[in-house]
Design a protein around this ligand. Sequence first.
Ligand code: UD1
Ligand code: CA
Length: 510
Amino acid sequence: MTSNPAFISRTHALAGSCFNPLGRRRDRRGILSRMPTAKVNHPNRAPGTAIAIMAAGKGTRLKSKHPKVLHEVGGKPLLSHVIAAAINVVPAQDVFAIIGHEADRVRESVAHTGVSFVLQKEQRGTGHALMTAREALKPYDVVIVLSGDAPLITSSTSEKLRDFHTSRKAAMTLLTARMENPTGYGRIIRKGARKEEVQAIVEQNSLSAAQKKIREVNAGFYAFSIAPLLRNIENLSTNNPHHELYLTDMAEVLNKAKERVVAFPTDDAYEVLGGNTRGELVDIDQRIRTAKCQRLMAAGVTIFYPETCVIDSDVEIGADTTIEPFVQILGATHIGSDCRIRSYSVISNSKIGDGVLVRPGCVIDGARVDKTAVIGPYTHLRPGSEIGEGAHVGNFVEAKNLRLGKGSKANHLTYLGDAEIGEGVNVGAGTITCNYDGVNKHKTVIEDGVFIGSDTTLVAPVRVGKGSYVGAASCITDDVPADSLALGRARQIVKEGWAKSKRSARKTSQ
Ligand code: UD1
Ligand code: CA
């Protein structure tokens, strides 16, 4: 749906309206988002909570052609982390991603989550971002505002922020953190005798010398009660060094309107970090991966030198599996128990069964490896490869769209593409399936119990029947019936004494 040009242009034409990625447009009061079907089976949901994620900015400080929120940490876009936390708090339909810069790309990359989108056509600041979401937010009581570039926020902190906000009967609650080095963050000016309330947030560029000493910073996560937010958001102004509409100025605006603004301090400055620069992105990435390794180790996985391994956030690994140094496990990979993944292997989007040994230097992408199989060293399993239980795929073997049956072996220097190989098959060294005729790809079928001699080429489409033998160095172009011997090579000629007579002929001529 998202690639439908009509839908994209419609989205552009209706800046400020909200859309569900399935293409269902809400009416101006957001009726669709209030449909009871969207709300069932969600134990954590308090009535009337929406989450807005500000994700429209360009990310100038990254000096990148890609939008900031699509930069990856822990193997997935910044925005995907924030959405994952948000949809644990409210149903996806009640999450509004505010997109603008490269909106189509951003929407496409997260549309599968089912969140709704609001288009902020021009990016005139964080306050303006929330202004564009006014219509979408009208039906709710409270909105939790998150930053699309701050991926470490947890659902539990978002919930605590909302609950604190509700308990204090505030118009605005901001999450704050104490930082050793608060440079770059907005600082909190508290007020009142007990300093519970907040007078204002002052951005870095506007800080006085005294304010620069304030260590309490604005995390960029807020809860607002919808009614006072909508009554007052119009009063934001561009009277600041950036000439933008800053959401942080809502603290002052609401104070002027005699509304209550409070701060909810977190002990965990970690959750607050934003990825505004390459340095910050790398720092966040490292923290996510370290935490991931620690969680895996706590769950029974051994990871040697975890600081050398790259394990993405969504990877799953079973207990008693060992990961050796310099291994990368990426994307939606699942590895079973009792496996050993030896050094220098890169495994992405694959499913590895229990007790599998991956020897050094393998590249496994989009493949399935069943239990107790042995892969490598230096095997390349490309997408669509399925390696059966106990099968062996060895040195310098490349596979693509291969189904290799239980207990079969292809151990040396082989290419198996678009091939279906049964159980108990031995594929000799240097075997090639010739799957491509220059225009189309064709399939090779090798049935159970076949023995393929070394250096065989199988010109697809071709089938080798059950229990057959193919002699070494054969070029097999025709189907082989079951239980046969196929030889597709020139008969050997031996000329006895030929070399000797050649040598003596050479001597006479000298
Ligand atoms: C913001 C806060 C700052 C806080 C910090 C915490 C403001 C003015 N400042 O600063 O007080 O300490 O976060 O990380 O809010 N965005 C839009 N539309 C826009 C502009 C920005 O959607 O028009 C999005 C960005 O894509 C980003 C988020 O809002 O995801 C925050 O904007 P950013 O420019 O990163 O604000 P900071 O300078 O980090
Ligand atoms: Ca930021």
